[in-house]
Design a protein around this ligand. Structure first.
Ligand code: A2P
Length: 332
């Protein structure tokens, strides 16, 4: 049996990965429809061996589709996900529009896949840093009982879309050529820099991105009382996010047991041999299905504490792959 799938935001950085992953994972497709803005409508693109004409995403374009994968922007998702659901499709949304809606499951299949089955037409895909962080934190939570989590992110420019990836490349080229550096996507130069600023600042001094990690982690792991805090930093990396996590657990921890828990967990690789300079790095995890966890050590500040480092492809586990895994979970 094949499924009819639509992609909203098909010309964007995540949209392109949706197309690639549907092919690579041999998703049982009977039809693929590509949607973007009016600017792209009418353009013909080659996708999965077919020539497909891009259509404008509108409230009436979803009839007959089984799944619609959204990655355009939050406002568009707010408007169009309900329309997709009403047309009988399952909308899997990569924006933050529905993530904290109690009626909408927020899903990482390896953690709370079952929650997806309770959907009412819309399923939210988590924030990229959250999904990747929890791929490391959740197996340790299952083993030791997570109480507190402090995260610092090192986020790739892919998280800001295709334009931002181009901006990093252009700035590096301009710098090498001794030419003036142009800034459009970020408020400061991103090449050779680090910006402690991802998404907008809120009244409490944190950014929206930082609060996503706190709130979404609680929802996905069903830990409403989890103590969590986060600092999000944009770094000049093209496409994989890294997160440094310090966590406190209910039960006594050991590095050996933590390593064993990661080694057994689905969707993560244990990459942890610091003596031989082996640890997960963003370049090694770009285009990888699994996330990597390493640098596991006792945290020096907490009694039952561990410090560890998680890396994952932002465009894949942090976005397109997780969304497709949700659809695969429902099909299974
Ligand atoms: P378009 O290329 O037509 O502008 P990225 O996150 O990489 O910047 O990509 C954003 C994606 O969202 C693109 O595919 C873009 O399409 C799409 N998009 C942006 N605004 C709209 C809109 N109002 N309606 C439909 N698609 C949109």
């Amino acid at each position: 049996m094949g499924y009819k799938v639509g992609i909203v935001g098909a010309t964007g950085a995540v949209g392109q990965e949706f197309i690639k992953l549907l092919g690579e994972r041999e998703f049982p497709l009977s039809e693929l429809k590509l949607f973007a803005s009016a600017r792209s409508a009418g353009k013909q693109v080659e996708a999965l061996g077919q020539t497909i004409t891009i259509e404008e995403a509108t409230e009436t374009c979803f009839e007959g589709l089984d799944f619609v994968l959204f990655s355009a922007n939050g406002d568009l998702s707010k408007k169009l996900c309900p329309a997709a659901a009403k047309a009988g499709a399952v909308a899997i949304d990569n924006s933050s529009a529905f993530r904290m809606d109690p009626e909408v499951p927020l899903v990482v299949p390896e953690i709370n896949g079952e929650a997806a089955r309770a959907h009412k037409g819309i399923i939210a895909n988590p924030n990229c840093s959250t999904a990747i962080s929890l791929m490391g934190a959740y197996p340790l939570h299952k083993k030791f009982g997570l109480k507190r989590m402090i995260a610092s992110t090192y986020q790739a420019v892919s998280g800001s879309g295709a334009e931002a990836m181009q901006e990093l490349e252009d700035q590096v080229k301009a710098w090498s050529a001794g030419e003036p550096i142009e800034k459009n996507v970020y408020p400061h130069q991103i090449a050779f820099n680090a910006l402690p600023h991802v998404d907008v600042f809120l009244e409490n001094g944190y950014t929206k991105e930082e609060m996503k990690l706190v709130n979404e982690s609680r929802k996905i792991m069903a830990l409403p009382d989890l103590v969590a805090s986060c600092t999000c930093v944009r770094v000049p990396v093209m496409r994989s996010h890294s997160i440094s996590i310090n966590a406190e657990f209910e039960r006594p921890v050991s590095v050996e047991e933590a390593r064993a828990a990661i080694a057994e967990a689905q969707g993560v690789d244990l990459v942890d041999d610091p003596e031989n300079k082996v640890y997960p790095m963003p370049l090694d995890f770009a285009g990888k299905v699994n996330c990597g966890v390493g640098r596991i050590r006792k945290d020096l500040g907490y009694e039952n504490g561990l410090a560890f480092w998680v890396v994952g492809d932002q465009l894949w586990k942090g976005a397109a792959l997780n969304a497709i895994q949700i659809a695969e979970y429902l099909i299974k």
